[in-house]
Design a protein around this ligand. Structure first.
Ligand code: AMP
Length: 194
């Protein structure tokens, strides 16, 4: 089975209307610290991103943030991280987050979260990597996205196997078991192809 020591979490940079999502981000931060798993994330101190980073640190976990210089002020770089990497561009940020992580978890979020998630899913489609991707459909937030997948498959634009590129869990307590059950990665990711 795969060993997860660093987990990349993609999630919203805004505070959502439903406070349950904030609680969910906090919960995942605590789970990471308890399981000795480092959080790799976008480095901001805003929205769910800030909440999960704070929760992980509060529970004595390790957090590595990767933020491009131009977002330093907009996303308010977190000052208390274990490590903060300030990089030159969004692309370098995403590449570094990929390289440093053994797996990816997607919490509810907005356009940036979708961009990051789809990059990981499409790279899997291209067989550039096979790291596990867990989509947390907390409170059914991603239901419309999952419907879109069905629609695209039905229309013939997406292969059925695409549903196997990521695993969907509904509850926060299902994340760790899904990660621990994920098969060992076989593909040695070649970053020059990204
Ligand atoms: P959001 O889901 O829009 O709140 O954004 C979550 C995170 O995704 C933020 O840290 C954004 O900077 C980041 N992000 C990554 N790629 C992009 C992109 N292409 N456009 C916008 N945000 C992005």
């Amino acid at each position: 089975m795969i060993e997860i020591s660093s987990l990349c979490v993609y999630c919203g940079s805004r505070i959502p209307t439903d406070p349950a999502h904030k609680e969910a981000a906090r919960n995942l931060g605590h789970q990471l610290a308890e399981n000795g798993i480092r959080l790799i994330y976008g480095g901001g101190h805003v929205g769910l991103m800030g909440i999960i980073a704070d929760a992980t640190l509060d529970a004595k976990g390790q957090v590595i943030g990767i933020i491009p210089g131009h977002l330093h002020d907009i996303e308010v770089s977190h000052e208390k991280l274990t490590e903060l990497h300030v990089v030159d561009s969004m692309h370098i940020r995403k590449e570094k987050m990929f390289q440093m992580s053994d797996a990816f978890v997607v919490l509810p979020g907005g356009l940036g979260t979708l961009d990051e998630t789809f990059e990981m899913i499409t790279w899997r489609q291209l067989r550039l990597h096979d790291k596990p991707i867990i989509l947390v459909n907390y409170k059914k937030y991603w239901d419309p996205l999952l419907k879109l997948f069905d629609h695209m498959i039905e229309a013939g634009f997406v292969e059925k196997e695409a549903l196997g590129f990521f695993k969907v869990v509904e509850r926060m307590e299902d994340i760790m078991p899904a990660l621990l059950k994920a098969p060992e990665t076989e593909i040695k990711a070649d970053i020059s192809k990204f």
